[in-house]
Design a protein. Sequence first.
Length: 165
Amino acid sequence: MTKYLTLLFLSFLMFGCSSKNMSVSTVTQEFWNAQKQDRIDTAKELTVKEDAKKTKLYEKIKIKSADFGKAKEDGNSATVPTKLYLKDDKDIGAVDFTTSLSKTDKGWRVNMDKTKRSLYLALSKQVAGNLGNIFKESLEGVDSVKTIFGEFIKNFKDIIETNSK
């Protein structure tokens, strides 16, 4: 009898906590928690079937924490504004992008193609912005070197003209 009660209880837990019934927001949070904890098998279960092989993120992306905006559903697709705070990256502390989901026969699932595209584009923009700032700072240094060099050339010409008379 105890065996049957245990089996019944486990069945209830399995079907009662099914990811099929999870909301867009819950799937998004669970997916990014799994990514943060490097539980790729759990993350795979929360992606659309075709994207299961694409679940793993670029290895340098280490997640410290995440914040989520309000989910927007539109028929069989949904989006969730997502902000990932990254570990061990001094240049990029946080990145804002959109997690995209699709409704499947298993419930809401993360669409890795769209989500990765959004994440990597946002990361690229931040890196490009950081490089732009570095180049700008470098060029400001070049301008002062140019000014100093220009003054040196002018003074050098004056010295040559004075000494050639």
